[in-house]
Design a protein around this ligand. Structure first.
Ligand code: ADP
Length: 690
């Protein structure tokens, strides 16, 4: 670096080139300082005195570094070297030191000063004190940051727009509710970010920003506003918008504050629903405080007790209680204070017109948010009608009971008479059996004795008459037996057991007199499925059906019977088919009546009792009986009884069966089908001459 020339020489060279500055510099608000290229202060105007605190006399001739803070010491050599290179520095902000040691912020504009030959001889420096401006800017910046933080951390959604309604700022809640990110939303018209519609009409709602701008004052949103987020999600919101004004009062934008009120709306909806329920209830729903004063009164209460809410609210609940029941109230209140409920308590209350009302009351304590009992809600149902019905019912019941008692007495008397008659009938039956059968036996015996002793000596005509007497005796004996059997098959409970038809049928067939007599051919198709029945009655039934089957056959034709069973759900059908004379369809019902014999039956032995016995016995076992037949085409008689056990599948599939032990409690012993087969001539085979 060159050796600096003397101050006087420097000043001379610069001043001579700056005569025009004099006045303007003197009056400038900015410090105007000239310095040599070596940094010596050459001039110092009044503003420089004010800004830096040094007078011109104190400053001129001294190095400019006197106003440079130590931490900025490197700046000045740099500035000077740039000046020497002919560069200009504009609005360079830095800090400088005042004489009193205070730092100030200055904006410097430094230009090189050239002599007449164009050579740089120094620098002119304009320094503006921007300390205040900087302080203000800083304060504003801080304020802005604070505001930003505040808006960002606020629990409501906040959107700030500029004067033209374009988004400037979106806090995180607003981001979450609208689905827009600050970066994407900035600069967009508010309407595209904040899409709001009316909950009911689904029409777009006018932008609150437009309204706030127009009205120049804060505006609230109409109720039922829905914000539609970017992804289509809908949220019920409540919001307000206010214009932002600058210090001069001019509107510079709008701030929009909104929040999700879905929860609140749901609560309001529930509340509205509840109060609608309370209002529309037919029951009286009454609120009272702990002193027993009425605090709420619904339409049901008005209907039941006749008081309007205006007449009831504030009055003591005791106005509804009849004097003789006043003791109930303290008791109820004591229970409520203990937090207990009173449920379906039936009592009587008084309406406004002094009418007594039967009510069923349920009372529950009302708790405040700390769980303390502050009152009670009471639901009273008018049960006057029910009580009246109950009383009527009681009365009717009492009368019914009286009738029932009378009836029972009557029945008992009649039963006693019936029992007596029955006993008499039984005595009659046995005496009939004895008194009729004994002389019959005697007639038959004596007739047979005459035939045997004098048969040879008697003329043929007498012998034939004696034969007729004997067969009449046999018929009459059979008739008496049948009638007695019919009488014995009484109605009433009968113990039913499992009966193996496989076992029973062969026994019945074996002992049957008519089969052998008529040379009938009987085929039995096993398996015969077991039934629930009564063995004695079943023997009677099967025997009668077989008798008829072999009996009602045209003379000269060999009777053929087929016996089998089939499973129908939980029942077993037992069938006997014959090749007999058949029965006209019109007679199917008739033949089961006692003493009914069809025309043309006279040539067959019988009494018209057999099928009546069959029907009575089957009914007695809980079964049904029937016939399928046509005149001249044979008959099928059947009965159905409950199946005793489900048929074992192997029996149905193979027909071959293993020894089968029948329940020892019902019957003793066991029967094996092959043995049965042996006795009746085999499955599907005829049994000639049995
Ligand atoms: P009975 O056999 O003593 O005549 P039933 O009560 O057994 O009395 O039968 C009543 C009537 O039904 C018989 O008289 C007969 O007319 C008719 N009947 C019964 N079984 C048959 C049959 N298998 N074939 C044709 N007719 C029958």
């Amino acid at each position: 670096m060159d050796t600096p020339p003397s101050f006087a020489a420097e000043r001379l060279s610069t001043e001579s080139h700056l005569p025009f500055l004099a006045t303007s510099v003197e009056s400038s608000q900015d410090a105007v300082i000239t310095k040599s290229i070596y940094g010596t202060i050459l001039s110092w105007n009044p503003a420089a005195e004010r800004i830096f605190g040094y007078s011109a006399i104190e400053a001129i001739g001294r190095p400019i570094s006197m106003i440079v803070p130590p931490d900025r010491a490197t700046e000045e050599p740099e500035i000077l070297s740039r000046i020497r290179r002919g560069e200009k520095l504009e609005h360079f902000e830095t800090s400088r030191l005042r004489k009193d040691g205070r730092r100030i912020v200055v904006s410097l504009t430094i230009s090189p000063v050239r002599d007449g030959t164009g050579q740089i001889v120094g620098a002119s420096k304009i320094a503006r004190d921007v300390t205040q401006q900087k302080t203000n800017e800083r304060a504003m910046q801080l304020e802005r940051e604070r505001l930003h933080v505040m808006l960002a951390s606020i629990g409501d959604g906040v959107i700030v727009t500029d004067l033209w309604g374009c988004v400037e700022f979106l806090n995180p809640v607003a981001e979450a509710l609208t689905g827009w990110k600050q970066a994407d939303a900035t600069g967009k018209p508010l309407d595209s970010v904040f899409n709001i519609i009316n909950e009911n009409t689904r029409c777009r709602v006018e932008s609150p920003v437009t309204r706030a701008m127009r009205e120049g004052a804060p505006v609230g949103l109409a109720n039922h506003t829905i914000l539609v987020a970017q992804d289509g999600t809908e949220v019920a919101i409540d919001d307000s918008a206010a214009p932002i004004r600058d210090p001069q009062g001019n509107v510079s934008g709008v701030i929009l504050v909104f929040r999700d009120v879905s929860g609140q709306r749901a609560v309001e909806a529930v509340r509205a629903r509840l109060s609608a329920i309370v209002e529309s209830s037919d029951d009286a729903i009454i609120g009272k405080d702990l002193e027993g004063r009425i605090t709420s009164w619904n339409r049901g209460a008005e209907k039941i007790f006749g008081y309007t809410p205006l007449e009831a609210i504030g009055r003591p609940i005791t106005m509804l209680i009849p004097p003789e029941r006043l003791a109930e109230e303290p008791e109820i209140m004591a229970r409520l204070r203990r937090g207990q409920r009173v449920e379906h308590f039936e009592t009587v209350r008084i309406a406004k017109d002094r009418r007594k009302v039967d009510v069923s009351v349920s009372i529950s304590p009302i708790l405040d948010s700390y769980g303390a009992v502050v009152g009670a809600s009471k639901i009273a149902r008018d049960i006057t009608d029910r009580k009246r019905s109950e009383r009527e019912l009681e009365h009717t019941n009492a009368r019914l009971k009286q009738h029932a008692d009378e009836l029972e007495l009557h029945v008992a008397e009649r039963t006693a008479v019936l029992r007596e008659s029955l006993a008499e009938l039984e005595t009659f039956s046995s005496s009939l059996s004895h008194d009729l059968k004994a002389p019959l036996r005697a007639i038959a015996f004596h007739t047979q004795t005459i035939c045997e002793d004098y048969g040879e000596q008697l003329p043929a005509e007498i012998r034939e008459k004696l034969q007729r007497i004997m067969s009449s005796c046999v018929r009459l004996t059979r008739f008496i037996d049948n009638v007695l059997t019919y009488a014995r098959v009484r109605t009433g409970a009968l113990p039913l057991t499992r009966v193996s038809l496989d076992t029973l049928v062969p026994v019945v067939l074996h002992d049957h007199p008519h089969i052998a007599e008529k040379h009938a051919e009987v085929s039995v198709e096993p398996p015969l499925l077991p039934v629930l029945g009564h063995e004695g009655l079943l023997t009677q039934v099967i025997s009668n059906l077989v008798s008829n089957g072999v009996k009602f056959v045209k003379s000269g034709i060999r009777p053929k019977l087929r016996i089998w069973t089939e499973r129908l759900d939980d029942r077993v059908r037992f069938c006997v088919d014959d090749n007999g004379i058949g029965i006209a369809v019109a007679d199917h019902q008739k033949i089961f009546r006692l003493f009914t014999r069809l025309g043309g039956s006279d040539s067959y032995d019988g009494s018209g009792v057999g099928l009546a016995v069959v029907q009575r016995a089957v009914w007695r076992m809980g079964g049904t009986v029937g016939v399928e037949s046509e005149k001249g085409r044979g008959s099928r008689f059947w009965f159905e009884l409950p199946a005793a056990t489900p048929p074992p599948p192997e029996l149905l599939e193979h027909g071959e069966r293993q020894p089968h032990i029948i329940d020892g409690a019902l019957r003793t012993g066991s029967v094996v089908l092959p043995a049965v087969r042996d006795r009746i001539g085999g499955v599907g085979q005829t049994r000639p001459g049995v």
